[in-house]
Structures are given as C-alpha cells and as structure tokens.
Design a protein around this ligand. Structure first.
Ligand SMILES: Cc1ncc(COP(=O)(O)O)c(C=O)c1O
Length: 394
C-alpha cells in the first residue's frame, strides 16, 4: 500500500478550530445515504431562496460582463451603497473608503483578528458564541478571554463582568448581537454601558451584526452609533442571513479608513476580491425593495414561537424566547445528559440534527442549538421525534 510521508504541518494549525455545524451536516447526510429520514436543524442558513430581484441583478451582471477581477476592497458602487446603508441604520457618517467588501462575514473575523491580535494580546469574546472567534484568537497566538453569556439575562453579557476582564493587555473585544447560538440581543443600555466600560482606552471592538435585520422584539443597537466609538469599531454585516445569500459569499466590514486599507491588503493576499457579479447583486439587495427581508423575519418569528413552545413541553428541556437571529438554545441540564451525547443521540436515534451547545464554547455545556431555518411542518416533526425520544429514554 502507498505510504504517505509524514505530514509536517505548521504548529499554528494545531490551534485552529472549526465550525461543528458542517461536521454534523456531513454525519446527517451519511445517515440519509443509508436511507434514514433526518430533520435538519443544525445548519445556520435561511431555507428561503434569494429574492428574485437580487437573483435577476446577479444574472444580468454576468451577462453584462461582471466576470472579471475588481478592486480588492470592493466595487465602488457597492461600497457607496453600503456606506449609505450603514450611515442610515447606525446613524453615523460612513464614507466608502471605510468599507471593505469580502466573501462573506467570516473573512472580516479572520482578517480583523489576524490584523490586530498577536502573542501577549488578550481578546474578549462571547461564550457560548460563534466558534470562529475562539478558533482565530487561538490561531494567531493571542489569549482568548471568554465573557459568559447568561441564560438568566436572556443570554446577554453582564457588563460588570466584562469590565472586570478588561485590562492593559486587552486589544480587541468581540460583540455579537443578535447572537449566534443563543438569539440573545444586547439592549441600548447594555451597549451604552459597554462603551462606558471601555472608556477612552485604545481597544478595538469587532461588532458582529450579521443578524441585525433578524430581530423580533425591540430594536437593533450598534456600539458604532455611540459617540466616540466609531473610530474603535469594526462593524461586521453582510448579505448571507438578511437576504438569504449564503452561497453568494459576500459580507463587509466598516472601519476607520487606515485599518480598511490593511484589511484590503489581506484580501489582496487571499481572495483578490469578492465575486464581481455578487457585488452587483449586493447593490440591488441594499437599494431594492426590502419586503422579502421583513417577510423572512416574520416567518422566522412564527417558527421560533412553535419551536420554543414545543420544546418547553418536552421532559428535561426548558427554553427561553430568543429575541433575534434564527436559533433557539434550550437548557437540557434536567435531562441528565451531556450536550454532546444528547445531540448525538437525537441525530442517531431520533433523526433530528441539532448542535451541542459545546460547539460554541465551554459555556455551551447544558444546552443544544436548534436552527429554525426549516419549515413549520419539519419543526413540528422534529418536536414530535424529540418528545418521543425523551419519553422513552429519560
Ligand atoms: C455570528 C456570525 N458571524 C458571522 C457568520 C458568517 O457569515 P457568512 O456566511 O456571511 O460568512 C455567521 C454565520 O453563521 C454567524 O453566525
């Protein structure tokens, strides 16, 4: 048999994490290949098609020759549209030079951490939280400092606790609201208090607002809107979740122009640019009718209500009503099972794919994440299966 020579990876690769959602998806697909019926509540992407006007703009752009490289930081017309959109929604004055368009929201996380954090720096990040934050902080050799999101506070962070974590080594603070995986939403008071806790320290904030348009109660608040914080904020937003455009790979960061030039240089070194036809479609997404966004948000809210009500009737489960995004994050400690074991059992025995809370960090133990990016019919089917499993096994 052919024997491969030893794979001599760079040491840093041992510090790089991953996103379990994709692994669970592969496992679920393997079970389906064996003839099993699985309800998919593991992956975080809208099940809706991209709205027609946006698809048409993308197709038209292909016919018009937007099939070439473009500027690394993005096409001028899209940077202009994003600057206008962010200026309006966050009530700040954003210029096109402060915008970097990248292939998805993720590269803004990757590039910002790569550009700002190194050994001896501390980066504070939400836990449970999107796993890429912790993965990237570790990858660049900085120290990952988790701030726990608390169920009793509807999965907001405790600002006093955050203040206690900030010190002279803190380089970057990551915020995410509405939040993945908990659906927690920071209030205006939270944001004001976080800005006050940072004070005039030279600390950057990466504010991941990719779910800013998927909010069910209250309003979205950005730390970028706070007086004096704009120059220290990197706002991450994008098209994947708002316009059901996950496969188009397009997101953006808004930040001070000098940092934007460095982030664009990372883009030149990695992707060159974001797909040009995607960017033309992005202009239509931002400038065209917004009723499909409101329609999707209303539908997610209905599904959330069905899912939460159903989970609260299942033995061992208790679930708060998330205020945003499209996830629910039930507490499962009363089942007596660990999160990972329970997620595995639900997939293998009940045919329901969910994620273990620990896929989002150590403070996710005791929880599962279900995505409600699936039809009410499938959500009801999943609830029935989980209830039957719980009656039999708990
Ligand atoms: C909190 C958060 N940030 C960023 C992203 C990345 O989005 P994109 O697919 O646009 O890269 C996700 C996707 O799941 C997310 O949940």
């Amino acid at each position: 048999m052919h024997k491969f020579p030893e794979l001599r990876l760079a040491r840093r690769m041992s510090r790089l994490g991953t996103e379990t959602a994709f692994e669970v998806l592969v496992k679920a697909r393997a079970l389906e290949a064996k003839g099993r019926d699985i309800v998919h509540l593991e992956i975080g992407e809208p099940d809706f098609d991209t709205p027609r006007n946006i698809v048409d703009a993308g197709v038209d752009a292909l016919h018009k020759g937007f099939t070439h490289y473009g500027p690394s930081a993005g096409l001028p017309q899209l940077k202009e549209a994003i600057a206008h959109y962010v200026s309006e929604t966050r009530r700040v004055n954003v210029l096109p030079d402060e915008v970097v368009v990248v292939p998805g929201g993720k590269p803004i996380i990757f590039f910002s951490i790569l550009a700002l954090a190194e050994e001896n720096d501390e980066v504070i990040y939400p836990n449970p939280g999107f796993p890429i934050y912790e993965s990237m902080i570790n990858y660049v050799g900085a120290k990952a400092i988790p701030i726990r999101l608390r169920e009793e506070m509807d999965f907001r962070l405790d600002v006093d606790e955050l203040a206690g974590l900030i010190n002279d080594r803190t380089k970057l603070i990551i915020l995410n609201s509405p939040q993945n995986p908990t659906g927690g939403v920071l209030t205006k008071i939270d944001i004001d208090r976080i800005a006050r806790a940072i004070g005039d320290r030279n600390i950057m904030v990466l504010s991941d607002e990719i779910y800013s348009r998927l909010i069910f109660e209250g309003e979205h608040h950005s730390i970028m809107s706070i007086n004096g914080m704009k120059d220290r904020t990197i706002l991450l937003d994008g098209f994947s979740k708002t316009y059901a455009m996950t496969g188009w790979r397009m997101g953006y960061g808004v930040m001070r122009a000098d940092l934007a030039a460095h982030i664009a240089r990372l883009q030149t070194n990695s992707n060159s640019c974001t797909a040009s036809f995607s960017q033309v479609a992005g202009v239509e997404a931002l400038r065209g009718p917004q009723d499909s966004v409101d329609g999707m948000c209303a539908e997610f809210k209905k599904r959330r209500d069905v899912m939460v009500a159903g989970l609260n009737k299942i033995k061992g489960f208790s679930c708060r009503l998330p205020k945003g995004a499209f996830y629910v994050f039930p507490n499962i400690t009363k089942t007596g099972w660990s999160s990972k074991k329970l997620a595995d059992a639900l997939l293998e025995d009940a045919g329901v794919a969910a994620l273990s809370g620990t896929a989002f960090g150590d403070f996710g133990e005791g929880y599962l994440r279900f995505s409600v990016a699936n039809s009410i019919e499938n959500i009801e089917k999943a609830l029935e299966r989980v209830a039957t499993w719980a009656d039999k096994n708990l």
